[in-house]
Design a protein around this ligand. Sequence first.
Ligand SMILES: Cc1ncc(COP(=O)(O)O)c(C=O)c1O
Length: 388
Amino acid sequence: MTTFGKAIRSLWRLDPGVRFLNHGSFGATPLEVLAEQQRWRDRMEAQPVRFMASEYPAAVRTAARQAADFLGTSSERFAFVENATSGVNAILRSLRFEPGERIVTTSHVYGAVRQALRHVASTTGAEVIEADVPTPVVSPEAVFDAIAGGLNARTKLVVVDHIASPSALIFPVREIAALCAERRIHCLVDGAHAPGQIDFNVDEIDADWYVGNFHKWLCAPKGAGFLVAADRNVPPLHPPVISHFYGQGLTAEFDWIGTRDPSSWLSVPSALNFHEKLGGGDMRRRNHALVLEALRSVARELDAVPSGPDQMFGAMATFALPRLVAPTFENAVRIHDLLLQQHAIEVPLIPFGDRLWMRLSVHAYNDVSDYAGLGVLLKDLLSEIVCT
Ligand SMILES: Cc1ncc(COP(=O)(O)O)c(C=O)c1O
């Protein structure tokens, strides 16, 4: 059986003095994957011209095939991008919007994606609707209903998270993609948090586009995002930066966007291998069970309200702090900094809606001791804050 927690923490470079409960924001890359990345860099720098001209084109497609296989799709429809933000931008900028056409997303949308949508709206006259999904969310149907309620005859695109950033909730993307197909509306799924966190298959979701990251839950080096485009009649995609292979198809255009360090993309197979060595699906289920245990142990001490039902969480879980803590950015920073400076705990605090939320992450290197006493500690810290 695979060992988890402290016993394998030295497989990462993570500071052993910090309880690292925020894998979700930027992931963390294990030493063996970083070593693979360095091997690619060494190979590139030994003969840059030969590498870029002769070795890279085949190497990137080999990596793409393995990545696409893991995601349950085909490599002809798969392209690496820098990150999920870049993938979302590529899709939004490849679509043409008429004034008054509608883009529907939810109130849980990630901040950077919200800004990209604002930009499209301001340059085209399209209208962005954020369907309100009140939190705590009672069920996946509540998300579906909120989105369905935002659609009208002029809706051109739905942008929906697979796992929402502030609430950590898994959204029913397959059902939402089916609804969009029925209504002839394009559907973009933002799966920044999904690969390596939960079980899924991109082709079964069957959205027009699926965007995600390998550098979060799959522990690839930073800069390893991807997009998958359906092969039905969707508008052709172009990268946000147009380069040599303009108009020559998805893989040609996205594989070469100018001179850059491709080592994070080429190291994705190593990250996939590492993920499987940790147990793959078994590890994902173990992380899910542990995050629920952590959530319950905090809730026992604190009047903490989870953002949704257990089955909507993967390996992250979000809960609201008691109402007496105002949901301000200042409070979020203050509590975050106190936890880090006084208790060496790295965990995100998120002002969202009318509450301040804490988001717990569990990856293979975490164990139950990382969350022990967190509820009591938070209770003491919050009463100090409220009193001062
Ligand atoms: C839902 C969602 N979309 C997009 C992103 C952006 O990811 P990246 O910074 O890798 O572009 C994040 C990051 O946390 C996210 O949670």
